[in-house]
Write a new protein. Structure first.
Length: 318
């Protein structure tokens, strides 16, 4: 079974995610019924697992490599922000607040600006940069409501900027710093903790799946599926940007952020709370749409990443 799972793209991450998603959709209250350690391990353990992954990645980070690491990942993040902003401006100018085909401005902005750093971490752990945890915090910023809130505030001439919580971003750097210090003090810590990255991926996938719900996503209907397709088409330039301009990892780095974060599901409500006069009526439908896109892209992006990796480096490199 283990070998069969490994044949699936990012299988140790993706299969637990899908199984967990299906289970929690069929039995939505199963973890509440059990509670205790089971619930903390399999439903509410995402932050713990991510913290351990980032810590482990930190132990592998040579302080001399921080600048090259940022140079590798920062340009593609900035490229995503720029093209996402352009897309949102065009959408607003063409279709206004209410949007088109059931996709309103709030949903469009929350989806287009998002990326899923947890899925990116899983992809990089399998096919990319083992030190990716060092830039996880920067990636995490994109999944929060900061960028869409600022732009939507400007577009709607409302200066509200409430609801931005920086604590999750700040907190992710603590395990990173702790791991980096240990790894640079003694490389034996690196040898001890780095293998833990691969072993934690199933727990990351399972916890992310437990936070999703098929029924909630289905509530978005055709607009949710359509928005997923629009997202993948509009953000597809991330892959050739990585492959032909950055020339880093055969497009895998682009595929790693070709997805929508689970934390972004909360963004419509956060933005609607900050700008209630404009977006209060759009929050519910936008939330369902973001959920649908999150599920679809979290499954597709690891598959695409593996295909790009195998095409460049061969099946024997897996």
């Amino acid at each position: 079974m283990f070998k069969k799972i490994n044949k699936v793209p990012a299988g140790m991450f993706l299969i637990p995610l899908v199984v967990s998603l299906v289970l929690v959709s069929i039995f939505p209250n199963m973890y509440d019924a059990i509670g205790g350690t089971t619930q903390q391990t399999f439903q509410m353990g995402t932050n713990v697992v991510i913290g351990l992954l980032v810590f482990s990645a930190g132990t592998s980070l040579d302080l001399k490599q921080i600048v090259p690491l940022i140079k590798r990942h920062l340009p593609i993040i900035l490229f995503k922000l720029v093209i996402s902003t352009i897309y949102i401006l065009i959408f607003y100018w063409l279709f206004g607040l209410d949007g088109i085909f059931g996709i309103n401005l709030l949903a469009f902005a929350c989806v287009i600006y998002s990326l899923n750093p947890a899925v990116a971490l899983a992809i990089h752990s399998s096919y990319g940069d083992k030190q990716f945890g060092a830039v996880y915090g920067i990636m995490g910023l994109i999944g929060m409501p900061f960028a869409p809130l600022i732009l939507l505030s400007i577009l709607t001439a409302d200066g509200g900027a409430a609801g931005i919580d920086w604590q999750p971003i700040i907190s992710i750097f603590v395990p990173l710093v702790a791991g980096t210090i240990l790894g640079n003090l003694d490389k034996d810590f690196t040898d001890f903790f780095v293998p833990m990255i691969g072993r934690l991926l199933p727990f990351l996938g399972w916890n992310l799946g437990a936070a999703m719900n098929i029924q909630s996503a289905i509530a978005s209907g055709l607009p949710g599926i359509l928005m997923a397709g629009i997202f993948m088409v509009l953000l597809l330039p991330l892959i050739p940007f990585d492959r032909y301009i950055m020339k880093q990892n055969a497009g895998v780095d682009g595929a790693a952020i070709w997805n929508v974060a689970g934390m972004s599901v909360a963004n419509p409500a956060s933005i609607a709370s900050a700008l209630p006069l404009v977006f209060a009526d759009q929050s519910a439908s936008a939330t369902a749409i973001v959920m649908m896109v999150c599920i679809i892209t979290s499954i597709i992006s690891p598959i695409v990443a593996q295909k790009l990796y195998v095409k460049e480096y061969g099946i024997q490199s897996l």
